[in-house]
Every structure is written in structure tokens, then in C-alpha cells.
Design a protein around this ligand. Structure first.
Ligand SMILES: [Zn+2]
Length: 248
């Protein structure tokens, strides 16, 4: 399936005034959560998962939408830093043994594991996301191997770990990995950049509008094989403008 970026517009009338409503394609993903190391339901964790998805949708501002699909419990467990080390050394056996028996293809798979502190200064590793650094069409060819986010149980508490890792999943980099042109293109010249979700600031609270547009585009073009559906929604800034002109 290939997603083509099209902007749709229709004319309609409010109080006798003609208003042009402009629509854009909004990608909708399903999320599966895997509660690793758990044999029975833990209500406090399921509540945290619900709150994390709500915050994720809030921070994506309707540019990308996420819906909970399945919650899967599995007694197998491991630690995030160990899995990250395996990932860096391209040792896939351990990860595959753990998750292939339960993994369901076709959604974004979020694996919850425990974590521990390796570096006192950095604190415990809260999560990581395996990504391709180029040739993004490769995501579809290697599915579901790159359709995974690894998040620690403590990472659910602040709710920002899932948002940061989803940023990577949809093509964003840390600001220190970008050259000056791309920093500018991703909106890192704004005063809010210090608390951007892709930094390691302790109180992150925003994506730039450039990042949101980039992730929407990335989802439609390179993660289209995972989409649950595409909705047509009014472009937020234009909808606001139309409301204010219609009400004047
Ligand atoms: Zn990161």
C-alpha cells in the first residue's frame, strides 16, 4: 500500500458566508502493549498504559493518532539495558526468543520490561527503539522487526518516554545529531526547543509544528504498511482561522 500525500478542500457555508475547509490525511496506528514478566493483570499498569496513550495523542496534536489494540501478558522477562546491548551488537537470538512467540504483526508493538541503572550520572535506561538510519522503505521489508518500541515499566510514570521513542519510530533524531540546516527545518530555533521531546531535558513538553508535520508525512510514506486507517481531518491551524473568520 502506498500513501500519497494529498490535501483536500471543500467549500461550505456558515451563516451565509462561504468557508473553505482544507483537509489533510491523518494516519491512525494501533498499539499492542506486551507486559513482559507478568502472568496476571496488574490494574495500576493498565491504568498507566491508558494514561500514556492519552498523553501520546495529546502531544501529537491530532497529526498522528494512536489507539490501543491488544494488551498481552507474558511471564518471560529481561532488562532493557541488556536488550539494548544485544541490539547494538546485532545479537537477535535473545530478543527473538523472548518476543517472537507472542508478537502480533500489523500494529506498533510496545514491549514493557524492567530496567536498572548502569550509569549513576545518566540514571536507568528508560527505553529504546531500533531504527534504520537510511533507506526507510526497508521498514516494510523487514517487518515486524522494526515495528517495536522497548519501554521500561518506570518509563511509564513520566509518560514522556513513550512520546520520545515514538518520535524516533516516526523518523525524528535527537537535536545533537542534526546539522544546522536540519535543526532549523525541525524548528529547533524556537525558544521552546530546550524542552522539546527529542532532547534529554527532564521536563520535556513539546514537539515543534515542523516535527509533527514530518512525523505525519513519515507515517504516511514509510510506516503505511502498519496503518490501521487514514482519516481526513481539517488542518488545525486553518480550521482555527476559518472559525475566527466565520464568527467575526
Ligand atoms: Zn532518543
Amino acid at each position: 500500500m502506498k500513501a500519497v500525500l494529498i490535501i483536500f478542500s471543500i467549500m461550505f457555508s456558515i451563516n451565509g458566508e462561504n468557508v473553505k475547509e482544507v483537509f489533510q490525511e491523518v494516519p491512525v496506528f494501533h498499539l499492542n502493549f506486551y507486559l513482559m514478566g507478568m502472568e496476571e493483570i496488574d490494574n495500576s499498569i493498565t491504568i498507566q498504559i491508558g494514561e500514556n496513550i492519552e498523553y501520546l495523542n495529546q502531544e501529537f496534536e491530532g497529526q498522528v493518532i494512536f489507539e490501543l489494540n491488544h494488551l498481552v501478558m507474558d511471564p518471560n522477562h529481561a532488562y532493557i539495558p541488556d536488550l539494548h546491548r544485544d541490539h547494538l551488537s546485532q545479537d537477535r537470538d535473545h530478543i527473538d526468543d523472548l518476543i517472537l512467540p507472542v508478537e502480533q504483526a500489523g500494529s506498533i508493538n510496545v514491549y514493557l520490561f524492567d530496567t536498572y541503572t548502569i550509569d549513576e550520572k545518566l540514571g536507568a535506561m528508560m527505553g529504546f527503539t531500533p531504527v534504520l538510519s537510511a533507506y526507510y522503505k526497508g521498514y516494510e521489508h523487514s517487518a515486524p522487526r522494526f515495528d517495536r518500541l522497548f519501554i521500561s515499566y518506570p518509563g511509564l510514570i513520566s509518560k514522556t518516554t513513550l512520546v520520545h521513542e515514538m518520535g524516533h519510530f516516526l523518523g525524528l533524531s535527537h537535536p545533537w545529531e542534526l546539522d544546522p540546516i536540519n535543526l532549523d527545518l525541525m524548528g529547533f530555533n524556537s525558544p521552546k526547543a530546550t524542552t522539546n521531546h527529542m532532547t534529554y531535558h527532564p521536563l520535556v513538553d513539546n514537539f515543534s509544528k515542523e516535527q509533527l508535520e514530518r512525523m505525519r508525512h513519515f507515517a504516511l510514506n514509510f510506516r503505511s504498511y502498519l496503518l490501521s486507517r487514514v482519516e481526513l481531518r481539517p488542518i488545525p491551524a486553518l480550521a482555527e482561522f476559518n472559525r475566527s473568520t466565520a464568527n467575526k
